[in-house]
Design a protein around this ligand. Structure first.
Ligand SMILES: Nc1ncnc2c1ncn2[C@@H]1O[C@H](COP(=O)(O)OP(=O)(O)O)[C@@H](O)[C@H]1O
Ligand SMILES: [Mg+2]
Length: 439
């Protein structure tokens, strides 16, 4: 008989254990489902970059799925009072947060679970609100709303406690080991979510700042190019028109003087003074030549008077004359209708490329072509020299090339350079005929 009783008791204990394990398993399964649903939901919110929605969704799941009475999130303010500022809540609140006035300072109002969780960066539990002396300040308000126990979990973002997630249950001792672990995992997930959103927002801000500063730099560069070109044109005109005219008059006067003394039978000046006048005429000729060449170097009059095609022909002619490199021009259209800025940019790119060929290419021939199609101009300059290397192209100190690329992109165009070893180098520029806005 006794054996039967003992056996029955053992059976009963085993049965109870099995039931308990099943209950725990069921609870864990439910908890895991809730956690998975939350993580999935949160991923979607994080992608949408909505921090408030993420906080709210977490509180909602804790109350609606987790069966708790009330959940709220407070931010640990860095003010002198170390205020815990409630920002989001869900569940039965009924004005509770307006009344509680919580701080995370080590004072009476900071010794509830929320204050402790923030200060220690660890979960804090109030197992029984009715008896816990640390909860005395808020007990009456909590009791009125049926809160019996509370759990506060720190939200740690970028290594710093940003705030606290607070959960209130209707039963005392509601936060056993499993429940606390689950909710701690949930708070960690929320913290990661906030961090991800903030990091992405910071990256976007930095990217935006970079875009704005690049735009400003480009506008500045465009403006500088314009001002330099205006200044060059002004100085070239002054050299050509003002100084050139004055020098021509000076030369005429000197020639007149020389001729006058030459015809007089008894010249009032001696031979050496006469020679001085001759030398001065020669010097004036040389200054006239130099000032013309200076003016043309600054900005060839031909470009403004006869346009891009004449400018390119002038460049090729000059190159052949001074370097001996044979210059061929192909496919030039009759004329091109392009904005003045586009004409200047293409001319300057062509000029820099031809100068580079003379200085670096060791070429015997170069070929220039210009075609216009669908509102775009394509300028190609090809030489038969040693070919530019990839290292030379990528070199940060290749400022001439960088300047050409910048000139093209400032007007909505593009410039490509191909160095093909022994076959020489090709520079191709595509530019819209009408100058486009920088963006
Ligand atoms: N047509 C070319 N053929 C071969 N090498 C070239 C050619 N054009 C440029 N390079 C190389 O690329 C470098 C960079 O050119 P660039 O930016 O114009 O600077 P710079 O002319 O002041 O040296 C040159 O120093 C030269 O080594
Ligand atoms: Mg150069």
């Amino acid at each position: 008989m006794a054996a039967i009783i003992v056996l029955s008791l053992i059976m009963l204990v085993l049965l109870l254990n099995t039931l308990k394990r099943r209950r725990v398993e069921k609870k864990l399964l439910r908890a895991n489902c809730t956690l998975n649903a939350l993580i999935e939901n949160n991923q979607a919110i994080i992608r949408k970059q909505d921090e408030v929605a993420l906080l709210h969704e977490t509180c909602r799941i804790i109350v609606d799925h987790g069966g708790h009475r009330f959940a709220w999130i407070g931010i640990a303010e860095d003010d002198p009072d170390k205020t815990v500022l409630p920002v989001i809540h869900h569940g039965l609140e009924e004005g509770y947060l307006d009344k509680v006035n919580i701080t995370w300072a080590d004072t009476e109002r900071g010794r509830g679970p929320a204050g402790i969780a923030i200060r220690t960066a660890k979960p804090a539990i109030c197992r029984n609100i009715l008896t816990d002396p640390n909860f005395a300040l808020w007990r009456a308000e909590a009791e009125n709303r049926g809160y019996a126990s509370a759990l506060s979990l720190p939200l740690i973002v970028s290594g710093k406690v940003l705030g606290v997630l607070n959960i209130y249950a209707a039963k005392p001792d509601a936060f056993d080991h499993e429940e606390t672990s689950l909710l701690t995992a949930l708070a960690a997930d929320l913290s990661h979510g906030i961090e991800a959103i903030r990091t992405r927002a910071q990256k976007e801000q930095a990217e935006e700042a970079r875009r704005v500063s690049e735009k400003r730099y480009r506008e500045l560069a465009a403006n500088l190019q314009l001002k330099i070109e205006e200044e060059r044109t002004r100085i070239a005109r002054e050299l050509h028109d003002e100084l050139g005219q004055d020098l021509t008059i000076l030369r005429l006067e000197l020639t007149g003087l020389r001729n006058e003394f030459k015809v007089e039978e008894k010249s009032p000046i001696d031979g050496s003074a006469f020679d001085k006048i001759e030398e001065t005429i020669e010097l004036t000729d040389s200054i006239i030549k130099k000032s013309r060449s200076l003016a043309t170097g600054l900005r060839p009059v031909i470009l403004d008077q006869f346009g891009l095609i004449a400018g390119i022909e002038w460049l090729a002619e000059n190159c052949q004359k001074h370097s001996g490199i044979k210059c061929r021009i192909d496919d030039l259209p009759e004329n091109v209708t392009a904005d003045a800025a586009v004409v200047t940019a293409l001319f300057r790119i062509c000029q820099e490329t031809v100068t580079n060929i003379i200085r670096h290419a060791e070429a015997t021939e170069l070929k220039i072509s210009l075609t216009e199609r669908d509102g775009e101009l394509l300028l190609t300059i090809q030489d038969n020299g040693r070919g530019i290397t990839n290292e030379e192209l990528a070199n940060q100190k290749s400022l001439g090339i960088l300047g050409m690329q910048e000139r093209a992109s400032l007007l909505g165009g593009s410039l490509v350079i191909l160095g093909r070893g022994v076959e020489g180098t090709t520079v191709s520029v595509t530019m819209p005929c009408k100058k486009s806005k920088i963006d």
